[in-house]
Design a protein around this ligand. Structure first.
Ligand code: ADP
Length: 297
């Protein structure tokens, strides 16, 4: 099963071009969609989930024409939106069972078996009788995944699932997702580079509604081999460096401002060559092409 997106575009009535000719081929497995806030990720996800219309383009999941055959798609779709409401006063088990009824699983024993299996899978079995109002952010997200898996989806869309989760909860969530990728097309939208690094075999970076880079994360990192240099500088020097080098990131390292630059040749000047990371790939796409940045390569 493959998801094939061709030339997908969407302009909102206020003139914002949220999607501009997006074309992607997404095989079974975990696919990471990285991009800054406002890049168009949610618009893209909602369109794939048949919740809003595109202006142009086609999307096929196997033989299903996603934009036309909405009901067919919904039968094989699992969707975890960025924000979702839960009934606070009832238990996880009760609500999951209720959703299973809504999804048409009418046999009571079969339903109980499925609900129990999903509660186990998402590590919620022990707390299944507790009210959802007492759930932490991570528990709510795991419940969201449990409901999204009720119909054994062929396409699972998760929009910014780890935002606001602590590292332990984020790891739990990763573990659940990584088990799914083998039979399902899983699209994970995020602005957290580590999410993609840990989980995804394929990825795309979208920025301002366009795909700016796509491929296998390790290959994309390899493309920057011997090109990323690091230097610790003082804050006052930052603007100078931005004028003279292609600065792709600036962050504090042990409390000191540290920059990464892209360069095909060794810039010397106190810079050291470092192993490229997925963050460098991402930042070079998002910040590396600004007009005030000059490449010395
Ligand atoms: P992301 O999920 O990457 O943060 P969005 O898809 O939410 O990006 O937004 C992409 C762009 O479209 C942003 O500039 C946003 O302000 C705009 N946008 C999103 N939804 C709407 C809407 N319903 N009407 C008008 N503009 C919108």
């Amino acid at each position: 099963m493959e998801l094939i997106i061709d030339n997908l575009s969407k302009t909102y009535s206020n003139g914002i071009k949220a999607l501009q000719n997006i074309s992607l081929e997404i095989p079974t497995g975990m696919f990471g969609l990285l991009g800054p806030n406002g890049a168009g990720k949610s618009t893209f996800m909602r369109t794939l989930a048949t919740l809003q219309e595109a202006d142009n383009g086609t999307v096929f999941l196997g033989k299903i024409d996603v934009l036309q055959q909405k009901n067919e798609l919904r039968q094989v779709l699992g969707y975890l939106p960025q924000q979702f409401g839960l009934y606070p006063k009832i238990s996880a088990e009760f609500l999951l069972n209720h959703f299973a009824v809504l999804k048409g699983i009418s046999n009571k024993n079969q339903r109980k078996e499925l609900v129990d299996a999903l509660l186990h899978k998402t590590n919620l079995y022990e707390v299944r009788t507790q009210k959802l109002s007492g759930f932490s952010g991570g528990m709510k997200q795991r419940f969201g995944i449990a409901q999204a898996l009720l119909n054994n989806p062929k396409l699972l869309i998760v929009d910014e699932p780890t935002a606001g989760l602590d590292p332990v909860e984020r790891n739990r969530f990763y573990n659940i997702l990584s088990e799914l990728g083998e039979q399902t097309v899983v699209i994970l939208s995020t602005h957290i580079v580590d999410d993609v690094k840990e989980l995804c075999t394929n990825m795309a970076i979208i920025n301002k509604g366009r795909v700016s880079l796509k491929g296998n994360p390790l290959q994309l990192i390899d493309n920057l081999k011997n090109k990323v240099y690091q230097k610790t500088i003082s804050k006052l020097e930052l603007e100078d460096y931005k004028q003279n080098y292609q600065v792709i990131s600036e962050k504090l390292f042990l409390g000191k401002p540290t920059i990464h630059i892209l360069s095909d040749t060794n810039p010397r000047d106190g810079f050291v060559l470092v192993n490229a990371e997925l963050e460098d790939v991402y930042f070079s796409q998002i910040f590396g092409n600004q007009s005030n940045l000059k490449s010395i390569a």
